[in-house]
Design a protein around this ligand. Structure first.
Ligand code: TMP
Length: 206
């Protein structure tokens, strides 16, 4: 089997980081070589862009600026890190990818999906994740967990309606990409979510 590109999606506070660790342990237990990365970010330049996207600024960031920044970071990330790793036979586990753009800039910021699609085609051509694990739970539940972690970044300070729109956009993405896009119930206990995750992995790759 070719090296797989697996992405992890979901709102803030849904436990993506913990479940990414479970996924990485599963890969290790099968001696599958992999790299773990994230968006926006994952390379030196893309991490600089991440800082611009997530930090607080005196001036308001125009939504289209935000959209172009996440795609600029993605271009750098895909070309210099993700594709080379896959070519070298390493699986890639990325905390977020283009589905997050449809969710946050499309759903949250209400930018035209057709523009996102055009940028996606321009930057990625037909490059897509092989599997997307979407950890889904009520936006309020996730946000309360994120708030408990401490200081909030620029996006985390958005109102609950913003995150409800992001969640609806993820729901839409799943319906449109049902083969690669798997919903996991993140309102369950950490253990139960991990079990759902492992069972999906076994089903596909076991
Ligand atoms: P996180 O990786 O800690 O969840 O933070 C990343 C934030 O960036 C999160 O609020 C989602 C947001 N984001 C976008 O708005 N658009 C994107 O395309 C990506 C990848 C992330």
């Amino acid at each position: 089997m070719n090296a797989q590109f697996i992405t992890i999606e979901g709102l803030e506070g849904v436990g993506k980081t913990t479940q990414a660790e479970v996924l990485c342990h599963w890969l290790e237990s099968r001696s599958i070589p992999y790299i773990r990365t994230r968006e926006p970010g994952g390379t030196e330049i893309a991490e600089h862009i991440r800082t611009v996207v997530l930090s607080h600024h005196e001036e308001k960031m125009d939504p289209m600026t935000e959209l172009l920044l996440v795609f600029a970071a993605r271009q750098q990330h895909v070309e210099t890190k993700i594709k080379p790793a896959l070519r070298a036979g390493k699986w890639v586990v990325s905390d977020r990818f283009t589905d997050a753009t449809y969710a946050y800039q499309g759903g949250g910021r209400q930018l035209d999906k057709a523009i996102i699609r055009e940028l996606e085609l321009f930057v990625l051509k037909d490059f897509q994740p092989d599997l997307t694990l979407w950890f889904d739970c009520d936006a309020e539940l996730g946000l309360s967990r994120a708030r408990a972690r401490g200081e909030l970044d620029r996006i985390e300070t958005e109102a609950i309606d913003f995150f409800n729109r992001c969640r609806s956009a993820y729901t839409e993405r799943q319906a449109e990409n049902a083969l690669r896009f798997i919903r996991l119930d993140a309102s369950a206990t950490i253990n139960d979510v991990s079990k759902q995750l492992i069972s999906e992995l076994e089903k596909r790759y076991g």
